[in-house]
Design a protein around this ligand. Structure first.
Ligand code: CP
Ligand code: NVA
Length: 312
């Protein structure tokens, strides 16, 4: 039996992505919506890295949909050490109805999904964070009243969060300007795919080395940590390379006066963002975090109820 998975935003069509945003906003305005759809179903969370938002939002989402959750942390099943990923994927599929995984290498997430016979949701890998991106798009849509044509600047590391944001923005016509140090540009393949998709959907994607250029006229400015989970040994080099890429009041003078500030959290105040910017009136960071819950509900309903086909 094959299942639909959600490992990157490329696993959904443009219409399906719009559908997820619509369903998430309906979930947000009506907490009792779809309240029994996971009744009798179980979702396993297999997390190799720490998490606050993804874990709690997923667990609460499943509970609000009347399902039950099993959390398996790093030490519980010792994925890939005590037994191979492909065995865990096949066994757990016999017990539960869906799995959310948070792993390191993206190819391990793909391997897990290849062997699983129930839907697999990527709750963050080294190269993608698709659930985050759907929540980000929902937040931008709420704030700006639209997505098409919105001028978004992402300033910082070319990482998992950016990769998924690029995919999503490209599909929905957002004009995204990215500023990273040359050495920390996003993955070339994901960049090229997103560029083509942006062109096709009437949006744009450009890269700047200078964060001031990316911030110029931006209506929304987004950042993420400079040191992602698993990169702790690169801390010193990264802090040095990213110094100019901090969201601070001086940089934000380049942006639109009422620009919104976004961050997927957790934030490192004094590194990628200052306390003042985090706490400023333009910050929509906590709305963005709340939206993780509504988006997880929409994704679970999408994958775990009707079987749908998607041809790219
Ligand atoms: N933004 C996000 O995914 O947060 P967690 O790492 O706490 O899940
Ligand atoms: N880029 C960060 C995102 C955390 C939600 C990381 O991978 O650690």
């Amino acid at each position: 039996m094959t299942s639909r998975h959600f490992l990157t935003l490329q696993d959904v069509s443009e219409d399906e992505l719009r559908g997820l945003l619509l369903e998430a906003s309906r979930m947000k305005s009506d907490r009792s919506r779809a309240q029994n759809v996971l009744k009798g179903k179980t979702v396993a969370l297999i997390f190799q890295k720490p998490s606050m938002r993804t874990r709690v939002a997923c667990e609460v989402a499943v509970q609000q949909l009347a399902g039950s959750v099993i959390y398996l942390g790093k030490e519980d099943i010792q994925l890939g050490q005590r037994e191979p990923i492909k065995d865990v994927a096949r066994v757990i599929s016999r017990y539960v109805d869906g799995v959310v995984v948070r792993m390191f290498a993206h190819r391990e997430v793909e391997e897990f999904a290849r062997y699983a016979t129930v839907p697999v949701i990527n709750g963050l890998s080294d190269s993608a964070h698709p659930c985050q991106a759907v929540a980000d798009l929902l937040t931008i849509q709420e704030q700006m009243g639209r997505l098409r044509g919105v001028r978004l600047a992402y300033i910082g590391d070319g990482n998992n969060v950016l990769h998924s944001l690029m995919n999503g923005c490209a599909m929905l016509g957002v004009n995204l300007a990215v500023a990273t140090p040359t050495r920390y540009r996003p993955d070339r393949g994901i960049w090229e795919q997103a560029r083509q998709s942006a062109r096709k959907h009437g949006g744009s994607l450009r890269w700047e080395e200078d964060p001031r250029e990316a911030a110029r006229g931006a209506q929304v400015v987004y950042t993420d940590v400079w040191i992602s989970m698993g990169q702790e040994r690169e801390r010193a080099a990264r802090r040095q390379a990213f110094g100019r890429y901090q969201l601070n009041p001086t940089l934000l003078k380049r942006a639109s006066v009422d620009c919104r500030i976004m961050h997927c959290l957790p934030a490192h105040r004094g590194e990628e963002i200052t306390e003042e910017v985090m706490e400023s009136s333009g910050s929509v960071i906590f709305d963005q975090a709340e939206n993780r819950l509504h988006v997880h509900k929409a994704i679970l309903v999408f994958l775990m109820t009707k079987r749908k086909k998607h041809t790219r």
